[in-house]
Design a protein around this ligand. Structure first.
Ligand SMILES: [Zn+2]
Length: 393
């Protein structure tokens, strides 16, 4: 009779002088072993290779290898509970034995582990192929995988945190229906971004572009996660660093800048035209208030400052294709108080058209930050407000 064999890292738990046996007690190992193999007998060997922490054990039985990720006890922040799992998931993907499975095992938690955010993360884990060994003992309801990217986007938006810095990843679509993931890829954010990508890769039917958003020197996912994501044909990774942004700035006035889009997502939320409310992401663009062409022509500021103005989330709004064009050719203007006006000399038939599909007569006041208003003034320096009529809804 073959015996199931656990392989546990030497450094399973190093903090606070806690030894792995304090966490993975013989009862727990037996329970895990039984749930996976139906056997209660097991042996334990140690793996001294030094990979990143992952609260991970492996179990070999009859030629099959199981990766088991164990939950954290402490719930210090909403990300810390999940920080080990993506590492385990990446390790699992690297496993060469095709007979492999990945499991998650709950250890008794010290706090609430069934918040909306936690449930969202469990569902991502399930979507990415994770089997939960003992969720029924710890959670009130079953964990269902996501069935589509739309399903993920909808649920991700529903759990958006009021604390802005927690919203590090954004999902949307570009004009070609590519799925875009804008993610901060360092610190605690990298765990969420990695898991999100691996879950999305399971259900996406279109190409996926991951934009790694830089901050300071930290700009890329950890190498193993990056290599894994790069190995999927459907995933493309673009690092938004200053070199890329500088090139974009020199080449284009429309500035297809990932950092600009990220900053708009962070400030304005999901793509939604500020003038008509259209929410079809493929039709929505980031429109500059102070146009990039004008920024470039300004003499008294450095190139670095120009780029910062071009990327500033306060220097933009979401507009649909049509409204963006109308705004760019100054058929529509936003006055210095955020009111929306249109050119008074429009033909009546054009006036009817413009007024018909413009449903807002002012910009949402919460977007009118002092910075935003300054950009408006800079734009409007070139516009004669007497030529415009306020939009009458
Ligand atoms: Zn619109």
């Amino acid at each position: 009779m073959p015996i199931a064999s656990f392989i546990i890292k030497n450094n399973f738990q190093r903090r606070n002088d806690i030894h792995y046996e304090d966490i993975l007690t013989s009862e727990i190992l037996e329970d895990v072993c039984f749930r996976i193999t139906g056997q209660r007998e097991y042996s334990v060997t140690f793996d001294s290779t030094d990979y990143n922490k992952g609260r991970l054990a492996k179990l070999e039985y009859r030629g099959e290898i199981s990766y088991i990720s164990f939950s954290e006890f402490e719930i210090r922040s909403r990300n810390s509970f999940f920080q080990s799992f993506p590492t385990a998931l990446v390790k699992y993907h690297e496993e060469e034995n095709p007979n492999k499975r990945i499991f998650f095992y709950f250890l008794p938690p010290d706090g609430n582990i069934e918040t909306n955010y936690f449930r969202f993360m469990y569902r991502l884990m399930k979507t990415a192929g994770t089997e939960f060994l003992n969720d029924r003992e710890f959670l009130n309801s079953r964990i269902l995988p996501f069935s589509s990217v739309e399903d993920i986007i909808l649920n991700k938006n529903n759990i958006r945190d009021r604390n802005r810095s927690n919203n590090s990843t954004f999902l949307t679509k570009d004009e070609y229906s590519n799925l875009e993931i804008f993610g901060k890829t360092y610190g605690a954010n990298k765990y969420e971004t990695t898991l999100l990508c691996l879950a999305i890769a399971k259900v996406a039917t279109t190409n996926i572009i991951l934009y790694e958003i830089q901050e300071g020197n930290l700009r890329q996912l950890p190498r193993p996660a990056r290599e894994l994501l790069n190995s999927f044909n459907r995933i493309r990774i673009i690092t938004s660093d200053l070199t890329l942004e500088r090139e974009e700035f020199e080449k284009n006035d429309s500035l297809r800048s990932p950092s600009f889009i990220y900053n708009l997502l962070e400030k304005l939320g999901d793509k939604k035209c500020c003038l008509c409310g259209c929410e079809i992401p493929q039709l929505i663009q980031g429109a500059h208030i102070w146009p990039v062409a004008n920024i470039k022509r300004t003499n008294n500021i450095s190139r670095q400052e120009k780029i910062q103005h071009a990327l500033d989330g306060d220097n933009g709004i979401w507009l649909c294709n049509n409204h963006h064009k109308l705004f760019d050719i100054d058929l529509i203007m936003i006055d210095n108080e955020g009111g929306i006006k249109y050119k008074s000399d429009l033909r009546e038939i054009d006036e009817d058209y413009v007024c018909d599909f413009t449903n807002h007569n002012r910009i949402n006041t919460q977007f009118l930050t002092p910075n935003f208003l300054q950009y408006l003034e800079r734009r409007n320096n070139f516009i004669n407000p007497d030529l415009y009529t306020p939009l009458d809804l």
